[in-house]
Design a protein around this ligand. Structure first.
Ligand code: UD1
Length: 419
């Protein structure tokens, strides 16, 4: 298994380009199942998760072809199958995103239940409750959920929690349903707005984009589309913190600063300069220790749970004590033990972690446990004294495009070795 080796201590500087968003690409690819016409996606990140959903679409009858390294044409003339098998859902739970499109276009779907996950239980009960309200018959059979509906009908759905993929799944189902669907307490992540905008270009009728109240008037059919995927705000945020933890000066290009406000505001509070352009962000540190700043994760526009592990690295080295509270997922502190092994002083108490800043982290062999935890260990390695060896980096390849190359371009001493 590959490993990443980092010789810490280099101050990062220069420019780096932000890739297309993984969490937008996955629902957008799934949404192409809603039409028999060709859809062209631009700014597609080359990631393991994108390959996985591509494989799933291939099994369902889609033809996928790259025009160049980030432009993908997808067409599904007929649905050949209705199943998302266990093997794919197990490696990527976002595979459940095909449920809405399959049900809306073909009237049925059979999707493996995602089961447990390193960062918590992550059920899909809210997706299923919504589909039932729209008239789907839901049953469970040998670990699979079966959904059937002749044609879905509009419904008023109030989500108990603003689930991101749940909102996306229900939105994709509602665009072809008969009549009006209202989704209340919808999640408001930019990736959902990106999906809604592409669906509108395909002929869907959606109001309330960007709000927690989506109103969808179902149409008979949708057409092909050309759509550019939004920048990956979590990748951009990770690079911002890479600059901050190394006392660096980094400009991230091709990003959307408006999607990163919660992070930028907190980062400024730590003493780092954050300059926003129309599609750039410059993070500049004077090399002094940052101040400790507490955060609580929350659905967008709150502080993203997907940045919590990386923020913890910055706080590990800050002056003072901070509290990091995780309200979105239980058990999303798997990185803490590894950071403590590098000399951090973090204590977990239920859903919160108390971080007492230390002056130095020291390099160590560490193990990645999930996607964002991997990113945090890379950041810790960049900031630490000595050499850090991060294993199980397949998690990283699910969600970060060419991260080592990007960091090397900024002056980091980082390399991948085949184990
Ligand atoms: C998405 C993101 C993930 C991010 C997360 C929260 C994608 C592909 N993934 O994941 O990177 O960390 O949003 O921003 O976009 N819940 C239920 N029942 C459900 C659905 C969710 O109880 O049916 C709970 C979850 O357990 C969790 C919370 O709701 O506690 C939020 O989860 P959700 O927004 O659904 O996360 P994902 O869509 O899986």
């Amino acid at each position: 298994m590959d490993k990443i080796i980092i010789d810490g201590g280099a101050r990062l500087s220069g420019q780096v380009r932000c890739s297309g968003a993984k969490n937008a690409a996955l629902p957008l690819l799934a949404a192409t199942l809603l039409t028999d016409q060709a859809c062209i996606l631009e700014n597609v990140p080359r990631l393991k998760d994108v390959i996985t959903i591509g494989q799933l679409l291939g099994k369902l009858g889609s033809r996928l072809e790259y025009q160049d390294k980030s432009t993908l044409t997808i067409q599904t003339p007929h649905l050949d199958a209705y199943e998302a098998p266990y093997d794919l859902v197990r490696t990527m739970r976002a595979s459940v995103l095909v449920m809405g499109p399959l049900l809306a276009r073909g009237g049925k779907a059979k999707v493996s239940l995602p089961g447990g996950c390193a960062i918590g239980a992550r059920p899909i009960n809210l997706h299923l409750k919504g589909f039932e309200k729209m008239g789907a018959k839901v049953s469970l059979e040998q670990g699979y959920v079966l959904l059937e509906a002749e044609r879905l009908h509009g419904a008023r759905i109030t989500l108990d929690l603003p689930t991101v993929t749940g909102t996306e799944n229900l939105l994709m189902a509602a665009v072809l349903a008969e009549g009006q669907t209202i989704i209340e307490n919808a999640a408001r992540e930019p990736e959902i707005s990106d999906l809604a905008l592409m669906l509108i270009d395909m002929g869907a009728q959606i109001q309330g984009i960007g709000s927690d109240h989506l109103v969808i008037d179902g149409v008979e059919s949708l057409q092909g589309v050309k759509h550019r995927i939004i920048p990956d705000r979590i990748e951009a945020g990770t690079l911002m913190l890479a600059a901050a933890v190394t006392g660096g000066d980094v400009t991230i290009t091709d990003c959307n600063p408006n999607h990163l406000i919660a992070l930028s505001v907190r980062l400024r509070e730590t003493g780092v300069e954050v300059e926003e352009g129309s599609d750039t962000i410059r993070v500049k540190s004077d090399g002094q220790r940052n101040r400790a700043v507490s955060i609580t994760t929350a659905p967008y526009p709150g502080f993203p749970t997907d940045m919590q592990a990386q923020w913890m690295v910055l706080m590990s080295l800050a002056e003072g004590t901070s509290l990091i509270s995780e309200t979105v997922f239980e058990n999303r502190f798997m990185h803490v033990l590894e950071l403590d092994r590098m000399g951090a002083d973090i204590t977990i108490d239920g859903h919160s972690a108390l971080v007492r800043g230390v002056e130095h982290l020291s390099g160590a062999p560490v193990m990645a446990t999930d996607l964002r935890a991997s990113a945090s260990l890379i950041l810790a390695g960049l900031a630490a004294d000595g050499t850090t060896e991060v294993s199980r980096i397949y998690h990283l390849d699910r969600g970060y495009e060419h991260l080592e190359e990007k960091l090397t371009g900024l002056g980091a001493k980082i390399r991948r070795v085949k184990a």
